[in-house]
Structures are given as C-alpha cells and as structure tokens.
Design a protein around this ligand. Structure first.
Ligand code: NAG
Ligand code: NAG
Ligand code: NAG
Ligand code: NAG
Ligand code: NAG
Ligand code: NAG
Length: 809
C-alpha cells in the first residue's frame, strides 16, 4: 500500500529521465529513497500532461504518520523506562548501540517526525498555480537579477507572533488557522537568463555600492533608555528588576505555523560539543567523563546518526571537554584545547586532534604551545585554522591567552603564533569562545564580550574596531558566563555579499542567577570600501526586542536565511554551580524564536512551539542535511526553578540530559513546495572524496524534482556543516549562489560556484535549493582548495585509541 502511494507520488513529481548533456547524472539515491519519499505519504493525483505534470488533486493530506500531539507527550516518559531498562541490562562496558536502541523501543518512540508532513488541504483550483515567492529582500531591490519575481501580497503564514500571556492564567486557545490564500492570477514563468560565459574567480569581492537602508517600520529600540538599573524586583539586589518575562503559550499542533519538536533518541553521551561530520548525516558529540551514561560507560566521544537514529561510542584518551572545534578544508573535524587530566583522561588543554570523517576515529596529531580552555577555532580560506582565546586552566581568571595560534595543514604539528590585539585583551574578561566570521575580504570579524574588531588573521593587524553598542544596549555582555549567541547572516549575490552579524541575548554585566537575561537582538552591517580600503558600519548596531529574554541560546542559520534561536534560560548565567549542585541558570527558555532578517524592523520575531526538555548549560544545536535543527545536550540539568505553563520534562538521569530532539521550522512542513535535488553533474564527481566538486565562479549543473509543475527554484545556497558548543557555532555560514539557467520542463538547473574563496572558504558544504522560503533535502558538495590533505596523519585507519604517532611527511 505504502509503496503504491509512493509510486503514485513519484509519478506526479516532475522529473525527467533524459539528460540533455549526454552522460547520465549520478542519482542521489539516498535523497529520493530514504528521506524524500516518505515525506509524501498520502493522497491521490494524476498526471495531466506527460513530461510537464500538473497535479489534479482529489485528496491530499500529505500525512502518513500521526503528527505529534499532546498525547505523544507521553513519549517523553519512555525515556524513564528506557533508562530503567538500561540500568537492568548487563554492563558490557562497550559501546552498545543495540542496547540504547532496544531500550528506546520499549517506549515505542521512533522518529515519526521524519515523516510528519502536516495537513495541507488541496488548493481549491484544479490547476494549482501559485505566484513566485517574493524577492528575499523586498526593501532593497536585488542588483543584477533579471529574473527577479514580482512582489506579491504577504504570506498569510506570517501572522504576528502569538501574544505573550502570563504563565498563571488559564490556557489560551490556539490562535485560528491563517485564512486560506486568495488564488492569484497565474504568473508567466520568466524565461531563464542566457548562461553568461564562465568568469574566472576574482580575487577581490565585488565592489559594493552603499545601499541606503530602507526606512525602519518603527524607530530602533534603545534598551539603554529603558534601563531601570539594579533593583530588588525578584529578590536579588543585583538583578535589574525586570520581572516582566511572561512565559507564552504557543500552539503545539500547527507545525506549519509554529514548527514542531520531535524526540529522536537517547544518546550515550551529552552533546556538550556537536559537529555535523562533513559528507554524512552523523553528528560528532563530545563531553566530560560524567560516569552517568545510559550504557554506563565512561566515554566522552561518540557520534549520532540522524538517519539510522543510532549512537556509537568512539574511544579516546584525553580531555576534550571545553575544546574548540571546526572542520578542516578536507572535511575532517579539528578539535583543539580542552580540559585538565581527569577521571582517567589525559591533559587535553594543548591538544590538537582530528576526527576523521572517513574512519570515524579521533587522533591527537600535535600540541599547541599554550593550554586553552574555551578557545575558538576558525577555518580560513587558506585551509589554516586560527585558534583564539581560552584560559590556560579551567575557570575564569586562570590566565588569559594573549597569543593566538594558527594551525597550518601544510605543517600540521607546529603552530604559528600571533599576538591578540591590546583592545581584545583589555576589553574581554577571559577571551572565552570569541565569535569569529571570515569576511568576504578574507579578514576576520572577531567579537567577544561587548568588544569587536576586524583583524587580518595572518598578521594580527587590527583593520578597525567595531562601534560600541553601549549607547543602545548598556551593560549587555555576550562572553561566558553572560553567554549570548550570534550568526553572520547569509552572504548572497542579492546583498552583494555584504556581511551582517546579529547577536541574540546575553546577560547584563551585573547578572546573577535570578537576573533576567538580555532580550535584545543586536545587528550590525559591515561594509567594505575597496577603493578607500576601509570598513564602515552604517548606523552601527541596531537593537530589536525578542519576545523572550535569553542567556546561553543557540542560533541556527537556516538555508532560507532565517535564524532559529533556541535553548538557554530566561534568567541567570552559564556555568557550573559548585560541583554541579547549584543552579546558575533558571527558568528554561523552551520557546524557539524564528528571526526573519529580511522582514522590516519590528516584525522579525515569531515565537515557535516549545520543547518540554530544558536545555541549559552545555546544550547545543546544529542544522541537519534536511534543514531541521538537531538539539541535544545540557549537563547541569538538575537544579533550577521554572514556572513553565504545562510543566517541563526533567532529565530522567538527573544532572545530564541524553535525549536528542529535532526542531523543524514551519517551512519544513510545506512539503509540496520542496525542490529536491535528484542528481548532480557527473563531470564534477570526485571519486577520491566521493563528492561532487563545485568550482569557484563556474557553472554547476544539477537536476531536481518539484511537486507543482509551475514551481521553480528561486535560489540555491551552500550551508557549511555546523560545529557548536557553548552557544558558539564556529563553522556556520550560508552563501547564496547565482542561478545561471533553469529549464522548468527538464528540471535542469545551472548555478554558479561562489565568486571567491573568501566568500565561501574551500571545504565541504550542503547544497540546498529554495522555492521561496522552502527547501528540500541537501546534497553534499566540496569547494576545492589548495591546502594539503591531512589523511596521512589519521592512520592507522583502524586506530581506536587517541594517541598516535605523527608520521613524517
Ligand atoms: C549490546 O547489549 C546486548 C544486550 O546486552 C548484547 O546482546 C549485544 O551483544 C551488545 N552489543 C554490543 C555491540 O556490545
Ligand atoms: C539611548 O538612550 C540612552 C539613555 O537615555 C542615551 O544616552 C543614548 O544616546 C540613546 N541612544 C540612541 C542611539 O538614541
Ligand atoms: C531566585 O528566585 C527563586 C524563585 O523566585 C527564589 O526561590 C530564590 O530565592 C531566588 N534566589 C536568589 C538568590 O535571589
Ligand atoms: C602532546 O603532549 C603530551 C603531553 O606532554 C605528550 O604526551 C604527547 O606525546 C604530545 N603529543 C604530540 C602529538 O605531540
Ligand atoms: C573610509 O574612506 C573614506 C574615503 O577615503 C573616508 O571618507 C572615510 O572616512 C573612511 N572611513 C573610515 C571609517 O576610515
Ligand atoms: C509553501 O511554499 C510556497 C513556495 O515558497 C509558498 O508560495 C506557499 O505560500 C507556501 N505555503 C504555505 C502554506 O506556507
């Protein structure tokens, strides 16, 4: 039955089996068979014109499995039985995935979510023709974009965020469904532009004529003017007196409006560190040896497979907890710094290690000169990696590192040293997990606490300092333990690859365990003038209020440029209480906020439905290959207070939280709009890495499928694999690609590789196709770089121990 339905759907998808350019493309079987097809699970339809199908819908629910509803909250309880089952099971001291898997099935929870398409009633018109989506940035017309579609009325989905209601009053009924869209006149698909001759990659970013900012909808928020000063409002004399953090009630049965949470699995270790392993659907986790793991191992490294829902332990021998990590140019995960020798694990403070994406093993390859606890690792366009910050021992005040180091894959065992600027050293507490972004000039945006600068990473020269935000956000800090989180917004042809950075939340400089966190989103645009060779920042920082305050949040950039801000707390600080006994953060912030940077000021935030699992200190989030947000971690999840309406689900294992969830944003459920990559040009196939290689500035062809014959791809983006810990994602980047040509009939699309290595540093990326806001399953691609491969350092491939000999090269 299911296969019949799938076959039916396959037939109404617009695909073509004949390829205009001779050789057949390599089909992305996994994308079709394993992930895509199950989403479309029910309905009827018929093809009205062969080769250019138009769906005539008799019935469409798009739903095969029951959506998670209130009843499924009981699923959360399964983890208690899972943990009990685990406790009863023999402890074989080994990585035991089966055990966790079978324990999970005790409660019957599987990811029903991967197939949780929401109800979408068929469009009333027999030929569902929809207008093209609006330009991504309506207020500033995109330059050089002839196929720019016309504006259309705002989507009914963009309803204002649900009103905040105080936590005590009785439950608010779910807000009504948005009205159905009026059917607009059918658009004429604009002819694809002629493919321009490929241009060589230019070493300089394109010149950026200053774009006058559109008039804001309302005057930017000035938190400093609202500043109330420390007050006794919640009993703490050091609190700013803001007790106005009313907790909202958001419907949890409308995934296409408010997103959806799905409980996925019980991991073996806590995801204090989380990195998507390039080329895979696996997430690399690291933590401290807690001795409380569900399999009762004392392991600190492992990986979770998003597709099979399995967790595998990885043997390793030194303390990686509190390390920094990013990917290498050849797609492995580099892990630097960590913790002192503890509980049988060696001193990891100077460790330089690589987790091989091929062998799934972790190897210590070198030592840094300086020990580092809480450093940031940043992949540069050259393939080198800067390692900045961290203290020489665990804990504030144990010694700031005023030197940063640079790891060079060409000389991987001997690191380069450079001095950090006097400004950064003076204006930070400890240089903990500085937020760094490679700018389209190749310079680094570096921000820590409330101080920022633009740095030439190879020389250590400060090109300029950032404007201060103290005039609009007095006393807001973002450095641990006042932890805020940030993203660099997408660099796209439409915005001339102009970077903008947004900080979400943080805490006040006097913050304490009951102090309400910052509710500000602080945003700045960085404009480089190639003629004057200097940077300007427009009007400096602008501030916008989030619906809820947040400390220790995580910000995940979606392929469509929106940002999911989630995790963390409404009150308090990051950090351990004494031996984990005392709370430092309170009132878990369980509601993601969807931030739309392309909406005019004042309307960018929408509250999403909430999880029931608090994610406080040591929790993480990162994007999956299907554009969902994997959420895990929290290892001080025992003592805290909450007033959450409807309650929470405390960790069944007290301190540490092993449950892994996924949050899917509303657009994920718009299944009939997804453009799915079916195959990539075989000429670009790299048999050694088993990935297609996209050349800079060159055409890159692919085939895709689409539900509605009249829909088309409106944008294509590259998304880097995330590498997150402590609210800092060290490898998060979305780069828009130019569309060179698109044939709607054959579903052949040609995009252009990114213009420069500074805009998209060489390495591994997920390629997503967008239809307006909506994206389908991604495909991995690689952007070529010149850095030597580090594979030879990662032998023997079968090694399961951490220490290894470094081979001479
Ligand atoms: C895991 O545990 C189960 C039950 O104790 C056992 O049958 C199985 O062999 C173990 N698997 C591994 C990989 O250790
Ligand atoms: C915000 O308010 C503070 C305090 O009133 C004031 O000093 C500051 O100049 C204001 N900032 C802006 C940008 O208006
Ligand atoms: C923090 O707030 C909680 C809940 O209101 C209260 O019980 C506790 O005493 C407060 N702690 C401090 C140090 O103010
Ligand atoms: C790193 O330093 C540790 C401790 O001094 C030492 O045992 C180890 O051999 C070093 N590793 C490498 C790869 O240099
Ligand atoms: C950048 O250069 C331009 C042109 O020389 C000059 O007008 C401007 O003041 C400079 N801005 C900064 C921040 O140095
Ligand atoms: C689904 O996505 C399409 C294409 O972006 C958009 O036009 C449509 O409004 C979306 N539908 C809903 C219900 O959001």
């Amino acid at each position: 039955m299911a296969s019949l339905v799938l076959a039916l759907f396959a037939s109404v998808y617009v695909t073509s089996s004949s390829f205009s350019s001779g050789a057949p493309f390599r089909p992305l079987a996994a994308a079709v068979d394993k992930r895509f097809a199950p989403i479309h699970s029910s309905g009827t339809g018929r093809t009205t014109s062969p080769g250019r199908a138009q769906l005539t819908v008799g019935r469409w629910t798009g739903r095969q499995f029951p959506a998670v509803n209130n009843k499924d909250r009981d699923n959360l309880e399964f983890t208690t039985s899972a943990v009990n089952a685990i406790k009863k099971a023999p402890n074989d001291g080994e990585s035991n995935v089966t055990l966790v898997e079978s324990a999970l099935s005790v409660g019957g929870s599987r990811d029903r979510g991967r197939s949780l398409a929401t109800t979408k009633h068929p469009p009333s018109s027999p030929t569902p023709v929809r207008p093209p989506p609006p330009p991504r940035r309506p207020q500033s017309p995109p330059p050089r974009r002839p196929q720019s579609p016309p504006r259309r009325p705002p989507s009914p989905l963009r309803s204002p965020p649900p009103p905040l209601v105080p936590s005590r009053p009785s439950r608010k009924p779910p807000s009504p469904r948005p009205p159905s869209k009026p059917s607009p006149p059918p658009p004429k698909p604009s002819p694809p532009p002629r493919m321009p001759p490929p241009s060589p990659p230019s070493p300089q970013p394109p010149s950026q004529p200053p774009q006058p900012p559109g008039p804001p909808a309302s005057p930017p928020y000035n938190a400093s003017a609202d500043y109330e000063g420390p007050g006794p409002a919640d009993g703490n004399p050091r609190s700013p007196g803001d007790d106005k953090a009313y907790l909202p009630t958001v419907p949890d049965n409308q995934p296409d409006v408010y997103g959806q949470w799905v409980l996925k699995a019980l991991g073996n270790i806590v995801a204090i560190h989380m990195a998507l392993i390039p080329g895979t659907d696996k997430f690399f986790f690291m933590e401290r040896p807690s001795g409380r793991h569900p399999d009762r191992s004392n392991n600190i490294v492992g990986y979770y497979d998003y597709i099979t829902n399995r967790f595998t332990n990885v043997k390793y021998t030194d303390s990686v907890f509190c390390a920094g990590h990013t990917v290498t140019q050849d797609g492995h995960v580099l892990v630097v710094g960590g913790h002192i020798a503890k509980t049988g694990y060696g001193d990891g403070l100077k460790g330089v290690r690589i987790f091989s994406r091929k062998t799934l093993t972790l190897h210590r390859i070198a030592n840094m000169t300086f020990p580092r606890w809480y450093p940031t690792a940043t992949l540069l366009p050259s393939g080198m990696v800067t390692i900045m910050g961290g203290t020489v021992l665990p804990g504030s005040g144990t010694g700031k590192n005023s030197i940063y180091e640079i790891w060079d894959p060409a000389n991987p065992t001997s690191l380069i040293q450079r001095s950090q600027s006097a400004g950064l050293v003076a204006k930070t507490n400890d240089i903990y997990y500085p937020n760094t972004y490679v700018l389209p000039t190749g310079d680094l945006f570096v921000f820590c606490n409330d101080y920022g600068e633009i740095l030439d990473p190879m020389t250590g020269t400060v090109r300029t300092t950032l404007p201060s935000w103290s005039n609009i956000a007095k006393g807001v800090f973002t450095e641990y333990p006042f932890t805020g989180t940030s993203v660099m917004l997408p660099l796209t042809p439409q915005n001339s690859y102009t970077p903008e950075v947004v900080y979400f939340g943080g805490q006040f400089s006097y913050g304490w365990i009951n102090t309400t966190a910052s509710r500000l989103a602080l945003r700045i645009k960085v404009t480089y003038d190639p003629v004057a060779n200097n940077y300007t920042f427009g009007g400096g920082w602008s501030a916008e209020k989030m619906p809820l305050p947040r400390v220790m949040g995580d910000a995940v950039l979606l392929p469509n440029g929106k940002v999911v801000v989630l995790n963390g707390a409404v009150k308090g600080l990051a950090g351990d209480g004494a031996a984990g006994g005392l709370a430092k953060a309170n009132e878990p912030n369980l509601w993601p906020v969807l931030y739309d940077p392309y909406t005019p000021y004042g309307g960018r935030m929408r509250l999403m439905s909430r999880s029931r699992i608090p994610r406080l200190y040591h929790s993480t989030a990162a994007l999956t290959t299907d554009g969902s947000v994997l959420v895990a971690g929290c290892d001080r999840c025992d003592k805290y207070w909450w007033t959450t309406p409807g309650g929470i689900s405390k960790s069944p294992t007290s301190f540490a939280e092993y449950r892994i969830e996924v949050f899917r944003p509303p657009c994920w459920f718009n299944v009939t709009a997804k453009a799915q990559i079916e195959s990539l040009d075989p000429e670009t196939w790299d048999p050694e890495d088993k990935v297609n290689v996209m050349q800079y500035g060159q055409p890159f062809a692919l085939k895709y499928s689409m539900f509605f014959a009249t829909d088309s791809v409106t944008a294509a983006v590259l998304v880097s694999p995330g590498s997150a810990t402590h609210s800092t994602n060290m490898n998060q980047r979305v780069v828009g690609l130019e569309l060179l040509s698109q044939d709607i009939e054959s579903r052949r699309l040609v995009v252009k590789g990114p213009p420069t290595i500074n805009i998209a540093p060489p390495g591994w990326y997920m390629l997503f196709l967008l239809n307006g806001d909506v994206y389908g399953q991604s495909a991995w691609i690689r952007l070529p770089g010149n850095a030597p491969r580090v594979d030879s350092l990662l032998t023997p491939a079968t090694s399961t121990t951490g220490e290894m000999q470094v081979k001479s090269r």
